[in-house]
Write a protein that binds this ligand. Sequence first.
Ligand code: 5GP
Ligand code: ZN
Length: 121
Amino acid sequence: MQERDCIFCKIVRGEIPSKKVYEDDQVYAFHDINPVAPVHVLIIPKKHIFGIQHLEPEDECLVGHMFTVAREIAQELGVAPDEELNGGYRLVFNVGKDAGQTVFHLHLHLIGGRSMGWPPG
Ligand code: 5GP
Ligand code: ZN
């Protein structure tokens, strides 16, 4: 999938509408169109990266930044755990088709607002 046809690149460029949660020069975050929990946000790099399998050493800072942004969004949307670790959220990369990856532009799921089971289905 080239940048031109990629659905998340189109979202970054504003060609497909999205409900923005956060944006800076490196990342864009928006509400998932099909939420699996009361809070379901996708954090994506603005540059097209196919997925975890395609990360380059130069992307390490960017991926670290995605986690920092996720933590801030979780705080802002009220799903961060309290001091006793009540509440909370899950951060997920689905890597490959068996894991449920359907969009091949790197994205970090932030899922929260309900209790979740383990292991995931
Ligand atoms: P994956 O299954 O690849 O880990 O996650 C892809 C996610 O992208 C899914 O949760 C799906 O609902 C979401 N998604 C797919 N297309 C769109 C879209 O056009 N807009 C938004 N906001 N989310 C999308
Ligand atoms: Zn893309």
